[in-house]
Design a binder for this molecule. Structure first.
Ligand code: ADP
Length: 641
């Protein structure tokens, strides 16, 4: 495409693969004196407002006050150290755990006209010298480094390099890596506390998406933050639509989700490598552009598949939990869990990779009660099944089987109160679940089965009794002879398990926490069982059978974000973006986010002045890409007129 090749001709040539564009971009970076944060945001990022807590976090960085910012994935943490770095005097050092993360951020910054570089083990010695020279010449505003550059053996050379510069501040990204209670503990992070002694006058700022208090405390103490400003944002992700499906024909359930996301990208998480390989092969056979990712693949293959996903060569990655941090692709439109994860923390992290750009995305959990049994036996075999892990798993199990607003439950789990009654973005609030007619009678049947089996059995056994399954255990205990045997003969296992979990949620049943979880009646449960009077507030629900050919109701955020968008133009702009990205050797989301493309396809600006007002269109983007964007819009108008 001729239009693209023109803007691809960069003054310094296209950077080689694996080498950030920033290493070769040497334009002078001049921030006008007395520029303000809003001006910086507008000029370099094309953003006109702050997201929640960004202003406060940036002010702390500007004031040189130590800080900890906790925001969910996609909340906009990076901007909180990037924007102030342009206003403060000196070099900002950013500690980041992964080379791919650094590379993405540096590419994005460079594309926005901010001079930044990274210094890590992936660079050749010439590149390292080049960056070192840049640092000495004061050419960069931000320098991304791995923790081992700053602490431990072999860090002396680098420390004396930056020690000779004026540092504006040090930002520690993915700061939960410092904590053994976090997901991604990294021993090198543990030593970062030494930075305080080494650079006593430089403020430290930590950033993480991990909400638990224990991890937060760990970050504060390990880093030795001084009177830090602690900012913890809301963990709700309003643009994510959550659905939970009891597993019943996994492949068909997956195809249903994919049918709602034609040509879009997503992740399918599986609990084991074997399942990953099988599902990836099946999807490829079905004609989807899908590949596998797990720790059992060779390094080369794993990287090849990950890059293919990031560079939009494929749409779907089928993966174990090994696929995660460092995935900055912002237009992931669905995350399917083909099996329950171990904990809600895991679920929040993994599903949270959807919709980082703030546009609608769907998170579907397809689970069965057996998933948890598998986890338990696997952890037990590895000697890792602690009480804490069991409890975490039970919370996940309860979420999966619960009926009620998913957003409310998820944020509630992380200690937050959810203000809305209807999130309009989960299966419950979108009316995909149906209430049972006589919940009280149903509840009594179940409570009675628990009572009559002596409150000594788990949900699986009670379910067998209620469904009238004369299993070996049931017969052995004589439970096929009791009056509750077969009372729910028509219901599926998932349905009955779902009801049991709802009764736990309503506080009518409880599961013992020690050893094998046994169902017991709570005093409220006993009261309901004895009391002939109805309990007006009790409701129980099950999955509605979908009407043939009818798609689920759209979430509000989905309808809104597509409103007025010319889809054909959007696709053209996507193709344009892909070509620019290929030419530059960077992933497409580094060029423009989908949010920007949708706004372009909605507003269809015809002049540079019009383009300037579009979300995500900073000055450098406008200078470099404005013409090609206008030409694409123009060409589309020509063909569609
Ligand atoms: P996090 O690091 O918290 O996961 P990011 O920093 O990657 O989140 O931000 C997510 C997306 O939101 C990025 O594309 C970012 O450019 C965008 N973003 C951040 N702040 C703003 C803002 N104030 N206005 C509009 N978009 C923003």
């Amino acid at each position: 495409m001729h239009i693209v090749s023109r803007i691809m001709a960069r003054p310094h040539g296209t950077p080689a693969r694996g080498c950030p564009a920033s290493l070769v971009a040497q334009y002078n970076h001049v921030v006008p004196p007395a520029a303000s944060l809003p001006e910086i945001l507008e000029r370099y990022w094309g953003y006109t407002s702050f997201r929640p807590l960004q202003r406060e976090a940036m002010d702390a960085v500007l004031a040189g006050q130590d800080s900890l910012l906790v925001l969910p994935t996609g909340g906009g943490k990076s901007l909180c150290f990037q924007a102030p770095a342009l206003l403060r005097d000196g070099l900002a050092v950013v500690v980041s755990p992964l080379i791919s993360l650094m590379k993405d951020q540096v590419d994005t910054l460079t594309g926005n006209g901010v001079s930044a570089a990274c210094y890590n083990s992936s660079l050749s010695s010439e590149k390292k010298s080049e960056v070192a020279r840049g640092v000495r010449e004061g050419r960069y505003r931000l320098l991304y480094v791995a923790p081992e550059r700053l602490v431990g053996e072999g860090s002396d050379g680098f420390l004396s390099l930056i020690g000779a510069q004026k540092l504006s501040f040090i930002a520690v990204d993915e700061a939960h890596c410092i904590s053994q209670w976090g997901h991604d503990f990294r021993p090198e992070y543990r030593q970062l506390g030494q930075l305080r002694d080494r650079f006593p006058g430089v403020s430290l700022h930590a950033f993480t998406a991990t909400a638990t208090t224990r991890v937060r405390r760990d970050i504060l103490t390990q880093l030795g933050l001084r009177e830090p400003q602690e900012l913890v944002g809301s963990f709700d992700r309003p643009n994510l639509v959550y659905r939970v499906l009891a597993r019943a024909g996994l492949k068909k359930q997956i195809l249903d989700v994919l049918g709602r996301h034609k040509g879009q990208s997503g992740i399918v998480y599986c609990p084991s490598r074997r399942e990953v390989d099988a599902l990836a092969a099946w999807l490829a056979d079905e004609g989807y552009r899908a590949r596998a990712y797990h720790a059992g693949l060779s390094d080369v293959e794993r990287h090849r598949n990950q890059d293919a996903f990031l560079n939009e060569e494929i749409d779907i990655i089928v993966a174990t939990v090994a696929f995660g941090m460092g995935i900055d692709r912002s237009d992931v439109r669905f995350v399917i869990h083909a099996g329950a994860p171990q904990s809600l923390e895991h679920y929040q992290q993994e599903s949270g990779r959807a919709g980082r750009d703030g546009l609608e995305a769907e998170c579907v959990l397809i689970y069965s009660a057996g998933d948890f049994l598998k986890w338990r036996s696997m952890l037990e075999k590895n000697g890792e099944l602690s009480d804490a892990r069991r409890a975490l798993m039970r919370d996940m199990e309860r979420y999966a089987a619960s009926v009620g607003c998913r957003h409310k439950r998820l944020v509630g789990y992380f200690g937050e109160t959810f203000g809305k009654d209807d999130c309009a973005a989960c299966d419950y609030c979108l009316g995909e679940l149906e209430g049972v007619d006589d919940a009280v009678t149903l509840a009594r049947k179940i409570l009675s089965a628990v009572a009559r089996t002596g409150q000594r059995f788990g949900a699986a056994h009670v379910t067998s009794v209620l469904r009238g399954q004369a299993s070996e255990q049931v017969v052995l205990r004589g439970h096929d002879q009791i009056p509750t045997f077969g009372l729910l003969g028509d219901a599926s296992i998932d349905e009955v398990r779902g009801y049991i979990d709802q009764l736990i949620g309503h506080g009518l049943l409880r599961q013992t926490e020690d050893g094998y979880p046994v169902l017991q009646l709570t005093p409220e449960g006993v009261a309901l069982l004895k009391d002939a009077g109805a309990e007006p507030g009790l409701s129980l629900a099950r999955q509605k059978k979908p009407e043939k050919g009818r798609l689920p109701r759209r979430s509000k955020v989905e309808s809104e974000s597509w409103e007025g968008v010319d889809r054909e133009l959007f696709e053209r702009l996507r193709a344009m973006r892909l070509e620019i990205a290929r030419g530059r050797g960077v992933p497409p989301y580094v060029i423009f986010h989908d949010t920007t493309l949708r706004e372009l396809a909605r507003l269809k600006p015809t002049s540079l002045a019009g383009l300037r007002t579009v979300y995500g269109m900073g000055t450098r983007k406008l200078d470099e890409l404005g013409a090609v964007v206008l030409e694409t819009i123009h060409a589309h108008a020509g063909t569609s007129a």
